[in-house]
Design a protein around this ligand. Structure first.
Ligand code: NAD
Length: 275
């Protein structure tokens, strides 16, 4: 991994950048437009949005205004839970495409494992994939048991599982399982939504490399073969977060960071969520 545009190859052969921009809670309009444009200008090629984030239109505009050819970008969006419950997954997909102003996405994800619904949702994603309107399909917030259950009946195995993952919630078992299944793991909240940025152990490692804590965490992701999508709306931080290809964490650094795992999630539990 030597550049921001380096990719992992998903099990269907599609190449996905290891690094991207997350846009959760980025406001539709100027904020989303400017941050996505700043990221693409800084060399990012992957953007992670969702119907829930209500900023797909601005993401789409930024893509058009970036001047970078569509095929060089990797765009992810996700189907929201209410559309799973209302059996309107296909309609939700069409709406996302329309808002993004695209005729295909690179990755379409089931946002959460909605009980009694996610298998049905998956069948619709398989259909979308076969039609070539999503180059890859995957899931988000799936635990091992959700994946086992899904795979048992699936025609196509998910290519990606996007989950909460950071040094305090490192998910070693899920990572091992996904590796065996050739499902690429992707970290959401890689920076613990900003909560990890004053951790003393990370600070010590960051100082030794003359890097910031955010850069150390994101480099830890890459060295662990985890796709990572940190969010920022500030251009200086968008650039800072991506500036991680000129240093390497030592084995000792990696071990120290690995030992911080407390199985501590900040976000909702996929087995017990009420939305
Ligand atoms: P994150 O861990 O990326 O943290 C983002 C926050 O960290 C920013 O709001 C900012 O306050 C701070 N930050 C970022 N860079 C910084 C820097 N260099 N220095 C200091 N502070 C910095 O959290 P996130 O946004 O929740 O997660 C990343 C992306 O993952 C989201 O934007 C979204 O695309 C995705 N996500 C997916 C799900 C899901 O259910 N699939 C859930 C949450 C997030």
């Amino acid at each position: 991994m030597r550049s921001l545009q380096d990719t992992t190859t998903l099990h269907n052969g599609v190449k996905m950048p290891w690094f991207g921009l997350g846009v959760y809670k980025v406001q539709e309009g100027e904020e989303a437009l400017q941050s996505v444009k700043a990221a693409i200008k800084a060399g990012y090629r992957s953007i992670d949005t969702a119907a829930l984030y209500q900023n797909e239109e601005s993401v789409g505009r930024a893509i058009k205004e970036s001047g970078v050819p569509r095929e060089e970008l990797f765009i992810t969006t996700k189907v929201w839970n209410t559309d799973q419950r209302n059996d309107s997954v296909l309609e939700a997909f069409e709406t996302s495409l329309q808002k993004l102003g695209l005729d295909y996405v690179d990755l379409y994800l089931v946002h959460w494992p909605v009980k009694e619904k996610y298998k049905q949702t998956w069948k619709i994603l398989e259909k979308i994939y076969k039609e070539g309107r999503a180059r890859a399909i995957g899931v988000s917030n799936f635990t091992i048991h959700h994946l086992e259950d899904l795979i048992a009946d699936a025609e196509i195995k998910p290519m990606v599982n996007q989950v909460e993952l950071h040094p305090l919630f490192a998910q070693p078992e899920l990572r091992d399982y996904c590796k065996k299944q050739e499902i690429q793991i992707e970290a959401w909240a890689p920076l613990g939504q900003g909560r990890l940025l004053d951790h003393p152990v990370l600070k010590e490692i960051a100082d030794a490399h003359n890097k910031t804590i955010a850069q150390v965490i994101l480099r830890w992701d890459l060295q662990n073969e985890i796709v990572t999508i940190p969010k920022s709306v500030k251009e200086s931080r968008i650039i800072e977060n991506a500036n991680i290809f000129d240093f390497e964490l030592t084995e000792r650094d990696m071990e120290k960071i690995n030992s911080l795992n407390e199985n501590k999630r900040f976000g909702p539990d996929p087995d017990n969520f009420d939305f």
